[in-house]
Design a protein. Structure first.
Length: 468
C-alpha cells in the first residue's frame, strides 16, 4: 500500500504536466519493439541517430559519440537477439554495454576510517560536496568530519560550518588561517575522533600553478586514502582538461559530478573520467546536504539517453515513506477509503519529500532528453508554488472540512481564504484540483489498474535500460 500510494503520487504528478509530450528516442525504439530476429540497416539507423542526438545534447564529446554509435550499429547489425529477446531489448542491451564501458563501474568507496581529499575549480561545488559526502558516510554508520583548507575565498569557513550544522557532522574551519597546508594538518588533529575526514581545498586563486602546487603540498602532508575530483555537470567538454591537470598533480581516484538537478546531464564528464583513468563516485542532485546519490552506471546511462532512472526513483519513494511516518494516517486510507482533502495534502507532502519536480520527472522512463527541455523551469516552479499554496489553504480548514469537502459553501470558502491570505478563487482552484485528483485515485480499483497505469508510463520494466 505504501509504495502504491507514493508511486501513484509520481504517476499523478506526471499525468498532470505531461499530457501531450512524446519521446523521439522512445518512438524510434517503439518501431522495432515487436520485431524479432536480425535487425536491418533501416531498423537500426533511426535508433542510432536518436542516441547520437541524446548524447550530444548531454555534452558527450563528439569523438566519444561517434565511437559509441559506430560500435552500436556494428553490433546491432551483425548479431542476432538471443531466443525470446525482442529487437528492442537486444539493441538496448548493446547500448547499455557500450556506454557503461565508457562510464565504468562506480568508484570503490571503503566503509571504514579514511581521509578523502577533494579537488576542483572554484564554483564546482566542492564545499557543498564535502558536506554531502560526510553526511553519506554518517548514514553508513561512520562518524564524519569536514576540514576546510581554503584560505583564499571569503566565507569558505562559514559555509563549511553552516553545512556541517545542517548535516549534523563535525567541522574544522579557521577564518584566520593563512596557510592551507598547516590548516589541513591542524584540522586532522582537531577531528582525530572522526572515522572519515573530508578535506575541502581551494579552487582557483592567484594562478593555476599556485592552485596545483598548493593541492600537491596538502596531499603530501596528509597522505589521503582517496583523491576525489569535483566537476560541475554543466562544465561540458572543458572537464577533460581539468581532469588531466588534477590527475597529473595528485592522481584522481574518483569523480563527483555536481549540479545534476539542472538541465545538464554530465555527459562532458565522461571524457574527463576516461582521461583520468578514474570512475564516478557520487552525483550531486540538489543544494541540500541530502541531495547526493551513489553513482550507478545503469541509471546514469539511462538518464544520459533521457530514459529515466527507476532505481533512484525507487530510493526517493523509500525515503519519502520513511519521512511520512504518521500514526494518524496511512496510505491505506487513500487507497481503500474515500479520497479526502487530508489524503490530498499527504500526497503533496509525499511529492515534496521526493524532491523538486524536475528531479522526480527526469527519473521517469521516457521523460528525459527533449521531453524535459519542453518542460521549462518556470512551469514546474508554478506547479510547486501552487501545491505550497494549497497546503497553506488546507491549514486554515477545519477537520470536518478536510474529511468532507462537499460541505464547503461560499461563507466557508471566504473564511478559509481570509485565514490563509488567499483569494476565494485560489480556494476554488484547490477544490477543482482535489476533484481531479480524487477522480484519478478512484480509477485505481486494484493491482490490475495500478499496473495498467504504470504501463502507460513504461514503469513496468520492459522499456528502460538494463531490464535483463
Amino acid at each position: 500500500y505504501g509504495k502504491s500510494f507514493y508511486s501513484l503520487s509520481i504517476l499523478y504528478l506526471t499525468d498532470m504536466v505531461l499530457d501531450s509530450l512524446g519521446s523521439s528516442l522512445q518512438d524510434a525504439l517503439g518501431r522495432i519493439s515487436g520485431k524479432r530476429g536480425k535487425l536491418s540497416e533501416e531498423d537500426v539507423q533511426p535508433v542510432v541517430k536518436e542516441i547520437q542526438r541524446a548524447l550530444l545534447e548531454s555534452d558527450v564529446e563528439v569523438g566519444v559519440v561517434t565511437e559509441v554509435s559506430d560500435n552500436i550499429k556494428e553490433r546491432a547489425l551483425n548479431t542476432e537477439p538471443a531466443g525470446g529477446v525482442t529487437a528492442k531489448d537486444h539493441i538496448l542491451k548493446i547500448v547499455y554495454e557500450e556506454l557503461t564501458d565508457i562510464v565504468g563501474e562506480s568508484t570503490d568507496i571503503d566503509l571504514e576510517g579514511q581521509t578523502v581529499l577533494l579537488a576542483g575549480l572554484q564554483g564546482s561545488g566542492k564545499t557543498t560536496s564535502s558536506a554531502k559526502m560526510a553526511w553519506w558516510f554518517e548514514k553508513k554508520g561512520l562518524r564524519s568530519a569536514i576540514i576546510q583548507t581554503d584560505t583564499q575565498r571569503p566565507g569558505a569557513h562559514q559555509q563549511s560550518e553552516q553545512l556541517a550544522e545542517e548535516a549534523e557532522i563535525m567541522c574544522s574551519a579557521d577564518p584566520d588561517a593563512d596557510d592551507a597546508v598547516n590548516r589541513a594538518r591542524e584540522g586532522l588533529e582537531e577531528t582525530a575522533e572522526a572515522d572519515v575526514n573530508i578535506v575541502d581545498t581551494a579552487g582557483r586563486h592567484g594562478s593555476e600553478e599556485e592552485l596545483i602546487n598548493e593541492i600537491k603540498d596538502i596531499s603530501a602532508e596528509i597522505n589521503p586514502d582517496l583523491n576525489i575530483l569535483v566537476l560541475d555537470a554543466g562544465m561540458g567538454q572543458s572537464a577533460e582538461e581539468q581532469a588531466v591537470k588534477f590527475n597529473d598533480a595528485i592522481g584522481v581516484d574518483g569523480v563527483v559530478i555536481t549540479k545534476m538537478d539542472g538541465s545538464a546531464k554530465g555527459g562532458g564528464s565522461l571524457t574527463a573520467v576516461r582521461e583520468a583513468d578514474a570512475s564516478i563516485a557520487f552525483l550531486g542532485t540538489g543544494e541540500g546536504v541530502r541531495d547526493i546519490e551513489r553513482f550507478e552506471p545503469d541509471g546514469f546511462v539511462s538518464r544520459l539517453l533521457g530514459m529515466g532512472d527507476l532505481k533512484q526513483l525507487s530510493e526517493r519513494v523509500e525515503r519519502a515513506m520513511h519521512e511520512m511516518d504518521d500514526e494518524d494516517w496511512s496510505p491505506e486510507d487513500a487507497l481503500e477509503g474515500d479520497f479526502t482533502l487530508y489524503d490530498m495534502k499527504k500526497q503533496m507532502e509525499a511529492m515534496d519529500n521526493m524532491g523538486r519536480m524536475q528531479e522526480v520527472l527526469k527519473r521517469m522512463p521516457g521523460l528525459g532528453g527533449g521531453l524535459m527541455d519542453q518542460l521549462d523551469d518556470e512551469m514546474l516552479e508554478t506547479q510547486e508554488q501552487m501545491m505550497t499554496q494549497f497546503s497553506i489553504i488546507m491549514d486554515s480548514m477545519t477537520e470536518e472540512e478536510m474529511q468532507n469537502p462537499d460541505i464547503l459553501n461560499d461563507s466557508r470558502m471566504e473564511r478559509i481564504a481570509r485565514g490563509s491570505g488567499s483569494d476565494v478563487a485560489d480556494v476554488d482552484q484547490m477544490i477543482t484540483q482535489y476533484d481531479q485528483m480524487r477522480g484519478f485515485f478512484t480509477q485505481i480499483d486494484g493491482k490490475g489498474d495500478l499496473q495498467q497505469m504504470a504501463d502507460r508510463f513504461d514503469m513496468g520494466g520492459g522499456g528502460g535500460i538494463g531490464p535483463f
